[in-house]
Design a protein around this ligand. Structure first.
Ligand code: SME
Length: 137
C-alpha cells in the first residue's frame, strides 16, 4: 500500500507538533498564495476553525506579510488597526514568510492567547521551520 505522506499531511503534523510543544502557541496554520491571485488561501492548521480561509494581499497581519516579505510579530493584537480577528481569545500573533526560490509563496501564522509571548527565539524557530517547509513543497 502507499503509505507516503502528502505535503498537506506533513504540514498538518508540523502544526500539531508546534501547538503541542509550545504552550503559548494556540492556533498554528499555514497560508499559501492562491495560484496567481493576489490573495492567501488557508492550508493545514490546528486550532479553532476560522472564517478567514481567503485573505487578500495587504489585509490583516497575514496579508501585510504577503507584501512585506518580513516577519511580523504582534505583541498585542488590539493595538493593530489592520488586523483580522479570528477569535476573541487571541492576544498576540506571529507570521513568518515561506520563500521558494526567493519568492514569498506563503507563511506560517501563529495566534497566542498569552499577551506578548513571542521572542527572537520564536522567530528563529519558525524561520527554521519555514526553510524546512520550503524544501518539501
Ligand atoms: N489574524 C490574522 C488572520 C488569520 S487568523 O489569525 C487565523 C490576520 O490579521 O491576518
Amino acid at each position: 500500500s502507499n503509505t507516503k505522506k502528502t505535503v498537506d499531511e506533513r504540514l498538518f503534523e508540523i502544526c500539531e507538533l508546534l501547538e503541542k510543544h509550545v504552550e503559548y502557541y494556540n492556533w498554528v496554520g499555514f497560508y499559501f498564495r492562491n495560484g496567481q491571485k493576489e490573495e492567501l488561501k488557508l492550508g493545514p492548521y490546528v486550532g479553532e476553525p476560522t472564517d478567514h480561509t481567503i485573505i487578500p494581499f495587504g489585509k490583516g497581519i497575514c496579508g501585510q506579510v504577503a507584501l512585506s516579505n518580513q516577519n511580523f510579530v504582534v505583541p498585542d493584537v488590539s493595538a493593530q488597526d489592520n488586523y483580522i480577528a479570528c477569535s476573541i481569545t487571541v492576544n498576540a500573533e506571529i507570521v513568518v514568510p515561506i520563500f521558494v526560490n526567493g519568492q514569498n509563496i506563503g507563511q506560517i501564522d501563529i495566534d497566542s492567547n498569552t499577551p506578548d509571548p513571542f521572542t527572537a527565539e520564536d522567530e528563529r524557530l519558525l524561520e527554521f521551520v519555514c526553510e524546512k517547509v520550503s524544501s518539501i513543497l
